[in-house]
Design a protein around this ligand. Structure first.
Ligand code: FAD
Length: 346
């Protein structure tokens, strides 16, 4: 027999930086909190660039993205929220008493007073290389993301793509790999001018107006040659490689969430200044929202999280203070400070 559902004050959908910080802040405001993430890992889009050095989060000196994810996840767990991984939420049903019943793609249900949507641009998937049979090399040397640089040491690496990440990876691998070739179907690269200039001035072999047209393998398991072709003339050349990295962008999908009746533009939910959506008890934060002056950066997700959570708190308890207080004003921190051996005089 199924155990009865437990009612949560706040259910956060999406475990990127917005969701993780909301989980922390929700605990600070004494709310019974659940965080549900579709992937098997927390991190959201930060998982695309774990090896990138992050410079632009206030108060955090340059930090590897992987480490920042770990720190955000640790902070999210401060007040022991329930964290559920590997469940994509697809449906919501408002009950007569105003609570919501959520259902995942695999049929699990969750019961909550409020919902905070921190779903970014939905479920992300890497756009795949459109060459028949390419998927068989995904277990060997065809990569769609660079999780670690070390496996590429001393290798002849070919990168296909011209976006932000392709340029970042070319620059990061240049000093580690035996050689780096970047193949891009356009003649302009995306991303920071500074990074593009650095790549062009380095030993990276830059081939614009070219695409990868064939993959070759002598042993049937690993790619050892790649045919690259000019997009206009069709002239082609074979290059010897040890690893191929493809960065053809991301595809994202909101799936059935599009049918929830949210007031949405093409990609984002329109929200009030207090991060309320048009649905009662449903708030949103992070890259999923749109409002004047929205900042689409990790740092921007933190303010959104605070605003959305404070709105959820007031929705549940209209008499509650408008914001949370830290340290000596907040009993939850008194104990935590004591455990850290810190006085809470301030
Ligand atoms: C290549 C690249 C480099 C970047 N570099 C920087 C940088 O240097 N500094 C910076 O500040 N920002 C950077 N950004 C931007 C930053 O990553 C985003 O602003 C940030 O990740 C947005 O966080 P979020 O939590 O709103 O959404 P996301 O990080 O997109 O997380 C959303 C999460 O929700 C989950 N989800 C979606 N739908 C559901 C569902 N139905 N059920 C359950 N879970 C769901 C997704 O799986 C995902 O994990 C970069 C972005 C990219 C792509």
């Amino acid at each position: 027999m199924k155990s009865p559902l437990e009612l949560y004050d706040v259910t956060i959908i999406g475990g990127g930086p917005a969701g993780m910080y909301t989980a922390f802040y929700s605990g600070m405001r004494d709310l019974k909190t659940k965080l549900i993430e579709a992937k098997e890992e927390l991190g959201g889009r930060m998982l695309i660039y774990p090896e990138k050095m992050i410079w632009d989060v206030g108060g955090v000196t340059p930090i590897l993205c992987r480490k920042l994810i770990d720190q955000l996840a640790e902070q999210a767990r401060t007040f022991d929220p329930t964290i559920i991984l590997g469940q994509q939420i697809i449906a919501q049903e408002r009950q007569e008493d105003g609570t919501y019943l959520l259902t995942s793609a695999t049929g699990e249900q969750h019961w909550t007073r409020t919902i905070i949507l921190t779903i970014g641009y939905g479920i992300l998937q890497m756009a795949k290389l459109e060459i028949e049979g390419a998927d068989r090399y995904e277990v060997t040397n065809l990569h769609y993301t660079v999780q670690e640089l070390e496996p590429f040491r001393g290798k002849r690496v070919l990168i296909s793509g011209g976006g932000d990440s392709a340029v970042d990876w070319a620059n990061e691998l240049e000093s580690i790999a035996a050689s780096v070739t970047i193949v891009h179907r356009r003649d302009q690269f995306g991303g920071h001018e500074k990074n593009i200039a650095r790549m062009k001035a380095s030993s990276v072999d830059v081939r614009v107006l070219h695409t990868v047209s064939q993959l070759h393998s002598t042993n049937g398991e690993e790619i050892d040659k790649v045919t690259v072709s000019h997009v206009e003339s069709g002239a082609s050349e074979q290059l010897e490689v040890d690893a191929v990295i493809v960065n053809h962008g991301l595809k994202s999908d909101f799936g059935p969430l599009r049918e929830w009746g949210l007031d949405m533009g093409e990609w984002c939910a329109n929200v009030s200044g207090r991060l309320e959506t048009n649905l009662p008890g449903v708030f949103a934060a992070g890259d999923f929202v749109d409002y004047t002056s929205k900042v689409r950066l990790i740092a921007g997700t933190f303010t959104d999280a605070v605003l959305a959570l404070n709105s959820a708190k007031l929705y549940i308890d209209p008499e509650a203070p408008k914001v949370a207080y830290v340290s000596s004003h907040n009993d939850r921190f008194k104990e935590k400070n004591k455990a850290l051996g810190v006085s809470d005089e301030h």
